[in-house]
Design a protein around this ligand. Sequence first.
Ligand code: ATP
Length: 343
Amino acid sequence: MSFLSLSHLEKTFGTNRVVKDFNLSVEKGEFISLLGPSGCGKTTVLRMVAGFETPTSGGIVIDGQEVTGLKPNQRNIGMMFQAYALFPNMTVAENVAFGLKVKGVAKDKRDARVEEMLRLIGLPEMGGRYPFQLSGGQQQRVALARALAPSPRVLLLDEPLSALDAKVRVSLRNEIREIQRELGITTIFVTHDQEEALSMSDRVVVMNGGIAEQVGAPFEVYNRPSTRFVATFVGTLNVFDGAVTGPQSVTLAGVPVTLAEPVEASKGATVALALRPEAVQLGRVEGADVVLPATIESVEFLGSIIRVRARAGGSVVALDTFNRMDAPPPAIGAETEVSLHAR
Ligand code: ATP
């Protein structure tokens, strides 16, 4: 029996079915991300777990207890939102103590717990400050401490990093994950950022139009997407149409290639062939399955990596090259070749 289980969850607003037959089993201590584009229903799933929305149908069980009909404050769940959710008129310590006070925890116990939480988030000296005296990243750490202080059974995080600048985001990502591991708290994290989901999670749920399209470990979801949507949303930028020519062979940009695994489509069928940027190389590479003439369309210098888009074989392919001091990035408009690896 899993620690948290969502079964056949549905949510309809008016005539709009925003969550459709959503099923998920989460193990104790697992970190799960709900990943998907804006409007796909991620927040609605999270709000149903928290008790802020009532499911139209389906059930939610936490630690063996049916909670579907319970109010949010009866569920013992901690929640952290996008930035600016702290009480502005309370100090950091009062913010962190809030949930404990509501629960009726005595002052001395409360104070000890606040101190412990502020140490956990690396802000032991900041209890007397007000939110406006903290940076965005510090405010979010306090919000995390506030959510964790009452020792919730489950931690729900709704895009908690999206309002922060890039550097703070990456460091806070690691910090949240470390704290989550240390406490062993079962966590559901909502994000539309694939890098965030892949880097932080034990498993990722890729959502599209209210449906969980794929659930799996980051490595699995990235390397073996089960649908075209998952392939493009979780990082693949290159999709070619191909034709099946045999049990394990297709045409890719008109060239016959043998795949690493059998295709689940009959001969003559048209299939989508998804190639990761790392399966495409600039120039003519020995051992490649397909080499196509290409024109460079755009070049993004990102430091250690250079992301190139080139027109080839009737589509635009994206590829990454590593920066090298002796090889400047290609020029836009340059005529070259790209090598594709199907395996
Ligand atoms: P975002 O990342 O933009 O928050 P999301 O994937 O979290 O997107 P939801 O917030 O769950 O998506 O919304 C899913 C759909 O449900 C949207 O079309 C939204 O407009 C609709 N919706 C959400 N809450 C309500 C509500 N209270 N009343 C009516 N429609 C709603």
